[in-house]
Design a protein around this ligand. Structure first.
Ligand SMILES: Cc1cc2nc3c(=O)[nH]c(=O)nc-3n(C[C@H](O)[C@H](O)[C@H](O)COP(=O)(O)O)c2cc1C
Length: 229
C-alpha cells in the first residue's frame, strides 16, 4: 500500500467508525410513526424531544450494565448551579437481591407494571453546596436537568425510562441510608419495551404518547397573565 492508499484507508476507517458509533447511540433521526399519530411540534425542534415518552409496557428482560452506564453518563453532563452536580443515583437490577427493597417502596398502581422493568433507579439530590455548605436553592432543579438527560438518552437507546413519584419517599430515605441533608427526588423504571398485552387491562387504553399545552398557555412576554394560569 502506498501512502495515499494508507491515508484513504485511515479516513474511510474513521468515517465508518464514527457512523457505527453514532448509530448505536442515536437510533431515531426522525419523529417515529407512533409518536406522529399523537404529537405535533408547532415550531421547528429536534425530533428527540417529541420522540421521548413514558411507556409502561415492558418486556421483563433485564437491562445491561453498559446501558445503565450510558444513562448515568448522560446524567453526568447535565448543567447545575456552580457545577455542583447535586444529583445522586441509587440503582438496582431486576436480578439483584436488593430489587425487592426498591420495588416494595412503590405504590401498588406502579408495582402492577414496574414488575416487567429490568432496573430501578432512585434519584436523590444533595441539598447543600459542597464548597461552603450553604443551601442550594436549585438542588432539585439541577437534579431535574439530570433527569431529563436520563430520559432522552434512554429513548435514544430504545429503552423505557419511566419517572415515578408514586412511592414512599420517607421510607426510601430511611431504609436506603440516605443522609438527612439529601432530598429524595424520583424513582425510574427502566426496561426494554414490551407488548401492550403485558399490561393490566385498565392501563392499555392510556398506553400512548400524551399531548402538551400550547405555548401561549405557559409562556408570555412580560408579566404574569391570566392566560398562563
Ligand atoms: C417526577 C415524575 C413522577 C411521575 N410519577 C409517575 C408515577 O408514579 N406513575 C406513573 O405511572 N407515571 C408517573 N410519571 C409519568 C408521567 O405521568 C408522564 O411523564 C407524563 O404523563 C407525561 O407523559 P410522557 O412522559 O409520556 O411525555 C411521572 C413522571 C415524572 C416526571
Amino acid at each position: 500500500m502506498n501512502k495515499l492508499n494508507l491515508f484513504l484507508a485511515a479516513v474511510l476507517g474513521s468515517i465508518t467508525g464514527f457512523l457505527v458509533a453514532k448509530k448505536s447511540v442515536c437510533k431515531q433521526p426522525q419523529v417515529n410513526k407512533l409518536i406522529a399519530q399523537y404529537r405535533t411540534a408547532e415550531h421547528p425542534i429536534d425530533p428527540l424531544f417529541i420522540n421521548r415518552w413514558s411507556p409502561r409496557a415492558m418486556s421483563g428482560q433485564t437491562v445491561s450494565k453498559s446501558e445503565i452506564n450510558s444513562l448515568l453518563e448522560a446524567m453526568r453532563w447535565a448543567p447545575s448551579s456552580y457545577n455542583e452536580q447535586p444529583w445522586r443515583v441509587l440503582y438496582v437490577f431486576k436480578d439483584s437481591p436488593e430489587w425487592q427493597t426498591f420495588f416494595d417502596l412503590l405504590v401498588p398502581f406502579n408495582q402492577e407494571w414496574v414488575k416487567n422493568a429490568g432496573a430501578l433507579m432512585l434519584l436523590i439530590s444533595k441539598n447543600n453546596f459542597t464548597h461552603n455548605n450553604t443551601y442550594s436553592i436549585s438542588h432539585s432543579f439541577d437534579a431535574g436537568a439530570a433527569s431529563q438527560n436520563l430520559a432522552l438518552q434512554g429513548d435514544l437507546l430504545g429503552l423505557v425510562v419511566h419517572g415515578m413519584a408514586g412511592f414512599d419517599y420517607q421510607k426510601a430515605k430511611e431504609i436506603l441510608n440516605i443522609p438527612q441533608d439529601y432530598t429524595v427526588e424520583a424513582m425510574y423504571a427502566i426496561g426494554k419495551p414490551g407488548e401492550i398485552t403485558r399490561l393490566p387491562e385498565a392501563l392499555r387504553t392510556t398506553e400512548h404518547p400524551s399531548d402538551r399545552k400550547k405555548i401561549e398557555q405557559f409562556a408570555t412576554e412580560g408579566k404574569f397573565i391570566e392566560a398562563i394560569k
